[in-house]
Design a protein around this ligand. Structure first.
Ligand SMILES: CC(C)(COP(=O)(O)OP(=O)(O)OC[C@H]1O[C@@H](n2cnc3c(N)ncnc32)[C@H](O)[C@@H]1OP(=O)(O)O)[C@@H](O)C(=O)NCCC(=O)NCCS
Length: 247
């Protein structure tokens, strides 16, 4: 979990705009890679995500925003965030992605004090061109527009899956020669002023039957145990009829 108090300005790009869903409602043309199902498939199967994400889109359209390509007239990136309550004390940070959504859609949600990032996705053909930085800046700006000056983020380090044997609390300390994070997604957040506050070891949980997990991962799980599944960092724990994964 990381927090960011101020965002930097970056050079404007005449071809791109970053409207919110409230400003551009309705069905929008999305770049093909944004329309495609995520890979791996279980990224769409989180327990809380399936239960509550529709309400994030419906109820918090002013915090959902796009990267809009004027030339192609389509969405090439999307960012999701939601107001959350946090008193600034590391000990009271939400336990992760699931906890932030559960709290917001509670019967009596606490008064929001910060904006919490839920995710940024950029179309394949636009990746690696520095767009993610502008998306994080836009997210922080939307928060400020609503009086939420601090952005917190349950960040999922994008290269962690390549190091499944390394505990996350060691991985987040790995640095390159220039002192920046080895992980590119942590690096991007740190460059914008974010600090890592704590590890959220079970930020989001996906529960499925063994058969479902075998389909999502294209692996076989012949016996109960702990498995490493490909493509994203997560541990999967299987019992006879059910498998859970933590990311
Ligand atoms: C993660 C994601 C948003 C990054 O967006 P992006 O626009 O491609 O990222 P940028 O071009 O701004 O690059 C940010 C950093 O990551 C590095 N990077 C980008 N793609 C990389 C890759 N495949 N492997 C290693 N490093 C990579 C860049 O070099 C850059 O580091 P640098 O500033 O030190 O050069 C994008 O890859 C994505 O949509 N992924 C799928 C969804 C996802 O995992 N979102 C993150 C969790 S919410």
């Amino acid at each position: 979990m990381a927090s960011l108090n101020s965002a930097c300005d970056s050079a404007p790009d005449v071809a791109l705009h970053f409207p919110t869903r409230a400003e551009r409602p309705g069905k929008l043309p999305h770049a093909a890679s944004l329309r495609a199902a995520p890979n791996p498939a279980f990224l769409n199967e989180g327990d809380v995500l399936k239960r509550l994400f529709g309400r994030v889109v419906a109820d918090y359209a002013e915090f959902l925003f796009y990267a809009w390509d004027d030339e192609r007239e389509e969405v090439i990136g999307a960012g999701h965030a939601i107001p959350a309550a946090w008193d600034g004390d590391t000990a009271s940070l939400p336990e992760g992605w699931d906890a932030v959504l559960e709290a917001r859609f509670d019967q009596e949600p606490p008064t929001p004090t910060v904006l919490c990032a839920l995710g940024i996705t950029i179309a394949d053909e636009w990746r690696g061109r520095g767009l993610s930085r502008r998306m994080i800046e836009r997210m922080a700006e939307i928060g400020r527009d609503h009086g939420l000056d601090t952005l917190i983020a349950p960040v999922r380090p994008t290269l962690k899956h390549r190091y499944p044997l390394t505990p996350i609390d060691r991985y987040i300390d790995w640095r390159r020669q220039d002192g920046s994070h080895l992980d590119p997604w942590l690096r991007t957040h740190e460059r914008l002023g974010a600090n890592i506050l704590k590890v959220a070891p079970e930020s989001t949980v996906t529960t499925g039957t063994v058969a479902e997990w075998e389909e999502w991962t294209e692996m076989a799980f012949p016996e109960s145990g702990t498995y490493v599944v490909p493509a994203r960092w997560c541990r999967s724990r299987s019992t006879a009829s059910e498998t859970k994964a933590f990311t």
